[in-house]
Design a protein. Structure first.
Length: 201
């Protein structure tokens, strides 16, 4: 039993680091939000500081997750999926995956007019794939300024400066798959039939 507890606590550090990278938050920003010092946060993520309830509670609150999710508690058999929206930079993000590593899936909603001005585009390690559900998404990617309509998708290396917002006077909803280590979403589709230059057979 003690080995199980030690294993669960050892996994907290990588899980915390994964959550912080998903949220694109620095240790300094997280320190302001939680009241935990940068050095303590760093030691928690590296595993050199053993997590306790006093540290995990403000971190769970900051990330919008449960303590069970932070420590990787086994499921209780409840089939319901408890999605907890998180608001960041004028967007609402709903995490669709529960594990800290690998490709992460989100549904994002950007209200109309909330991100009209393009701030400094962001860069970070990883690879992202977007699929627009409703509304039109403006994607600024490097020197490109693109508009994606419902049903359209884009994929890009997040080391390229990027920013996205609602294009029109209506909200935009889209799905995002993001891999922190550069994992790419591999999509399989039926190949488009070759045109017949000689007309129909």
């Amino acid at each position: 039993m003690d080995d199980d507890i030690d294993h669960a606590l050892d996994a907290v550090g990588p899980r915390l680091r994964g959550l912080r990278r998903q949220r694109e938050t620095t240790l300094a920003e997280l320190s302001v939000t939680t009241g935990i010092s940068v050095s303590t946060l760093s030691r928690l993520e590296s595993g050199t500081r053993r997590p306790n309830l006093e540290l995990l509670l403000p971190l769970a609150r900051a990330y919008g997750v449960t303590l069970d999710e932070l420590v990787g508690a086994p499921p209780t058999g409840d089939p319901r999926v408890h999605l907890r929206p998180v608001s960041r930079h004028g967007m609402t993000m709903v995490p669709l995956t529960r594990r800290a590593g690998g490709i992460q899936a989100y549904k994002l909603v950007i209200p109309a007019g909330s991100r009209r001005r393009v701030p400094d585009a962001k860069t970070h390690e990883g690879y992202e794939w977007l699929y627009v559900l409703n509304g039109r998404l403006r994607l600024v990617l490097g020197d490109k300024d693109l508009v994606l309509a419902p049903g359209e998708a884009a994929e890009f290396d997040t080391r390229v400066p990027h920013w996205f917002g609602a294009c029109d006077a209506e909200p935009v909803e889209f799905l995002s798959l993001f891999g922190t280590q550069g994992e790419r979403a591999h999509l399989r589709a039926r190949p488009r039939p070759e045109p017949n230059p000689g007309g129909a057979a």
